[in-house]
Each structure stands twice: as C-alpha cells, then as structure tokens.
Design a binder for this molecule. Structure first.
Ligand code: DAH
Length: 342
C-alpha cells in the first residue's frame, strides 16, 4: 500500500517536470503515450491493484484516477500553450497595418482612336449594320483582284503595299472584307468592317505606316444612290453635329461606279473658313460609291438581282480633326502624357 502510494506521487512529480520541460507538440504526444497510453506508466498502475487488499482498493483506485486526470490536464494545458504560441507567431508574421496608405491603382484610358472607332460603330449599329472583321494579313486576291483592281491597274501603284510573299500582303484597306462577307452571306447584307490597315508610306505628322479604317456597305434589291446620300448625311450629322452639311464630289475608285468623295461642313469654324479646312469651309471625310458589278460578282452576288453602296473612311484623320491634334504619330507612341488627356 505504502509502496504504491509513493509510486503514484513519484510518477506525478516525474510527469510534471517532464511536461514542464517539453518544447513542442510532438514531445507532448510522446509523453501522453508514455504515461497514459495502453502500455503507459499510469495504465500499468491499474494492474497493480490486484496485489492490494480489497478494502484498500477503492482508495488506491481513486488515487490512480486522480493521477490520470491530473497528468491528462497538464498535457492538455501544455498542448494548448503550443497551439496559442503557433497562432501568435502566425499573427505576427501575417500582421497587416490597415492604417498604411494604399498603393494607388493607375487606371487605363480608352485610346482616342478606339473612342472614335466606337462612335462610328455605334452610329451604324443603330441603323441595323452588323460588325464584321477580316484578316490584316490578306490575300492579294481579296485586297486587289476581287475589288476590280487587276495586276496592272494604276490603282495598285496608288497604294504602296507591304507584301509578305507572292500573293500575300498586309491589307491596304478594309474593303476586302466586303468580298469575304459576300462570299459567306446572302443579300440583304448591311455590314461595317472596322480595322487596321497598312501602307508603306514615309512616316511624318500626316501619314503613318498603319492606321484604322471603317468600311461599310449595304447590298439588297433596289439600293440606290439616294440611299447612299441619305446615310452619309445621317452619319455626318450624328458624328459631327446636327447642323453638319455634306458635299458630294465625283471621284474614282475601281470598286465603285459611280464613285464619290464626301466632305462635311467644317465643324471647327462653322464653315466660315479656317486653317484646318484651308478656308474652304469643307473637310474631306470619306470615299464611297455604288458597288461595281464586277465586285458583286466576285463576292458571288448577281449584279442583275441586287445593287449596293459602299463607303470607307479613315479614323485617324477624323480623330485628328475632332480632338485638334496636329501629329498622327502621337496615336502610336503610347505616351501616357498624351493618352491621359482623353
Ligand atoms: N478603300 C478606299 C481607301 O482605302 C476607301 C473607300 C473608297 C472604300 C470608296 C469604299 C469606297 O468602300 O466605296 O482609300
């Protein structure tokens, strides 16, 4: 009896000192096995109960139970200490000072060319035109031949072309999209085709090796020159203001017959005459005409059944005028000092 009691208190002292000197969670687990596990020191004490007289057994049993509870409590206590420690060090590590000033987010801007392009698209979409795109690397056939510009036609000299290899080039205008759309659709078609075009030109304030165009065309039964005139007037008023007048001059393009150039009354000087309109009161904005029968045929349409009009305009030129910019190169330099003004 005395022996087992002193054994119990020795185990208690041992356990307490071992638990106190534990340094991490693993050591705690090892001690838990050593004292309370199936083959543990405390568990073994229960087996010794059979050597004790039945009268003394309850008292000793109580002592062992108490020892077991105490050791378990000490182990739990130390374990939660380690848990708190690791949480605390994580908190310190991940500490966020919410009072620090934030990092400023620099907002992008919509490029002035994109803005003007979008305005043109919006005006035509409201009239039922849909948007189509074609490849920038284009077949010579679509860029020239199908548009009634045969190999020796002087129009091929009018546009200096970047050839990629025989039969392939960087498109010089968005007109080839007309053919690509006609090949895949049946009339009526009402389409605008915005996009980049390329020309091998000297780079200066007025011209650049790439720029943007919007091509538009409508093919249906009974489309007339009056329809074309109507849409050009409507577009000009929407784009440049309700008081804008248009002037139509005869011109020549191989893919239209008849062809025209369209001017709008100068919105900078209210047509009184200024440096930009060269004191004429008019600004040239686009080329247009009735689609040439050969072009309709190339697109797979029957020129005896349907007619159409087409127009094409440069976006940079319009943007230069609208924003009062005097150098086209600014559009391509990506200088935030320029771009952030729009
Ligand atoms: N493709 C012409 C150019 O790049 C622009 C143009 C003129 C398009 C008349 C047309 C048109 O559709 O009818 O200069």
């Amino acid at each position: 009896m005395f022996e087992i009691k002193s054994q119990i208190s020795k185990i208690k002292v041992d356990a307490e000192s071992l638990i106190r000197s534990c340094e991490n969670k693993n050591e705690i687990e090892q001690l838990r096995v050593r004292f309370l596990g199936k083959k543990g020191v405390v568990t073994a004490l229960y087996k010794n109960l059979k050597d004790i007289t039945p009268e003394q057994r309850p008292e000793v049993g109580d002592l062992i139970n108490t020892l077991k509870d105490e050791v378990a409590r000490e182990l739990d206590c130390k374990q939660s200490f380690f848990l708190r420690e690791s949480l605390r060090s994580r908190l310190v590590e991940e500490e966020l000072d919410v009072t620090l000033p934030g990092k400023p987010v620099t907002l992008g801007r919509i490029h002035p060319i994109t803005k003007v392009l979008q305005r043109v698209i919006d005006i035509f979409q409201a009239l039922g035109f849909s948007v189509a795109e074609g490849p920038e690397i284009e077949k010579e056939y679509y860029n020239f031949d199908a548009l009634n510009i045969p190999s020796h036609h002087p129009a091929r000299d009018m546009q200096d072309t970047f050839f990629i290899d025989v039969g392939t080039l960087l498109r010089t205008h968005t007109s080839p999209v007309q053919i690509r759309v006609m090949e895949n659709r049946k009339p009526p078609v009402r389409v605008i085709a915005p996009g980049r075009v390329y020309r091998n030109e000297a780079i200066n304030a007025r011209s650049y090796c790439l720029f943007h165009q919007v091509e538009g065309f409508y093919v249906d039964k009974h489309v007339t020159f009056a329809d074309l005139k109507g849409i050009l007037g409507h577009f000009s008023r929407e784009m440049f203001g309700a008081k804008t007048a248009i002037r139509i001059r005869p011109s020549y393009f191989p893919f239209t017959e008849p062809s025209l150039e369209c001017d709008v009354s100068c919105f900078l000087c209210s047509a009184k005459g200024c440096r930009v309109c060269k004191y004429t009161g008019w600004l040239e904005i686009l080329g247009a005409g009735m689609i040439h029968p050969a072009v309709l045929k190339a697109g797979g349409f029957d020129p005896d059944e349907v007619q159409g009009y087409a127009f094409g305009m440069g976006i940079e030129r319009t943007a230069l005028l609208l924003y009062g910019i005097n150098d086209i190169r600014l559009f391509f330099e990506n200088d935030m000092r320029f771009l952030s003004q729009f």
